[in-house]
Design a protein around this ligand. Structure first.
Ligand code: MUC
Ligand code: MG
Length: 376
């Protein structure tokens, strides 16, 4: 029988390259494979837990790459945790912050695996360990990012027809603004006026380009514009926010609670995208949500194209938030040719369902993992 002794015996990290169904383009990169680091924690009671760190095209979206995440986990973070109780989540997070600054994706993957292992030991879901779910499912946005407007319109129509997604995020910034606007015009014309469209520029425009082209986005009734300018140009972002009638979604400009407080105080935007790659842990992501909400920011459940493993961790935390005005964009499990689990997260009636647990509630598919694991 399982004992409740959650002492951490070992932590392993494996790099995985999982093919995507189509090319996914962003302002500064494009991917045909998703790079993940899978973290497996083994407890003294024999239970294993899994967690996932996601990246997007190497160390580009953020500074962490699969190689650096694996090194941070194996060299610095794992040694700080061996012999500790998995259930001591906050103490373990403190140990990780003493062992390494930032390295948020690495820390979040470990904490996800600890929640998974502790939950499996106790027969509780990760949501229960995070305070208990207030929602079992949430609206889920799909991202269009092939750059081919005919393909994008067809893809959006198929998602609508299958009742999987009815709100879309369009990736901007890899083309000249005029070319991206043409893609958006084609989508608006093809989808009609009632479909909410969000534009993510991934820091691709200058303030001058925002001044020139935001009116066209307003004309097309864009619901949100995500991170139009450089994450470092907070004053420019605040000026853009003040000029436009479209709410700005803050993404790369704020990772930590302190950064969230700063962008909110500077009025850089009015919605905040929550991501484990920015918060460095599930409990910390809940605190990020509280800081954002306390400053009047609405909340958006962000992603970095995670598989069902990383998505399950995000959903566990999102399910416990008192408010989550914009739902979630965890379409990652469906952009993969093959998910990494035997029981992928369910999408139903435009919503994504929070797994029931125990732990994260997903089981790794060992054969696929072997096929996609990088040998090094
Ligand atoms: C980002 O910047 O939001 C999430 C969806 C997507 O297409 O890219 C990611 C990262
Ligand atoms: Mg973004």
């Amino acid at each position: 029988a399982l004992t409740r002794d959650t002492t951490i015996r070992s932590i392993r990290a494996t790099i995985v390259d999982a093919p995507t169904r189509r090319r996914h383009k962003l302002s500064n990169t494009e991917v045909t494979h998703q790079g993940y680091v899978l973290v497996r924690v083994l407890l003294d009671n024999g239970v294993t837990g899994i967690g996932e760190a996601s990246t997007l095209g190497g160390p580009r979206w953020a500074e962490e790459s699969v190689e650096s995440i694996k090194a941070a986990v194996m060299t610095y973070l794992a040694p700080a945790l061996l012999g500790q109780p998995a259930l001591a989540f906050e103490a373990n997070a403190l140990r990780m912050s003493k062992a390494a600054t930032r390295n948020f994706a690495a820390k979040a993957a470990i904490e996800s695996a600890l929640l998974d292992a502790a939950g499996k030991t106790l027969g509780l879901s990760a949501s229960a360990l995070l305070g208990g779910a207030v929602r079992a499912r949430m609206e889920v946005i799909w991202a269009l990012a092939s750059g081919d407007s005919g393909q994008e319109l067809e893809e959006a129509k198929e998602k609508l027809h299958r009742r999987e997604h009815r709100q879309f995020k369009i990736k901007f910034g890899f083309n000249r603004p005029q070319a991206d606007l043409k893609r958006l015009q084609a989508l608006r014309a093809g989808l009609g006026d009632d479909v909410p469209l969000i534009v993510d520029i991934n820091q691709g425009w200058s303030e001058a380009e925002c001044i020139r082209f935001m009116p066209a986005l307003e004309e097309l009734d864009v619901a949100l514009v995500e991170q139009p300018v450089s994450a470092l140009q907070l004053e420019a972002m605040a000026r853009v926010a003040a000029r436009t009638s479209i709410p700005l979604l803050i993404d790369e400009a704020a990772f930590t609670k302190e950064e969230i407080a700063r962008v909110a105080t500077m009025a850089c935007g009015s919605v905040y995208s929550l991501k484990l790659v920015k918060s460095g842990g599930l409990f910390e992501m809940k605190r990020a949500a509280a800081v954002a909400a306390a400053h009047g920011l609405a909340l958006y459940g962000g992603c970095l194209l995670e598989s069902s493993i990383g998505a399950a961790a995000h959903l566990a935390a999102f399910s416990t938030l008192p408010t989550l005005e914009w739902g979630s964009e965890h379409f990652g499990p469906r952009i993969l040719v093959e998910d990494l689990v035997t029981n992928p997260i369910r999408f139903e009636e435009f919503e994504i369902c929070v797994p029931d647990g125990p732990g994260l509630g997903v089981e790794i598919d060992e054969d696929r993992l072997r096929a996609f694991a990088r040998r090094d």
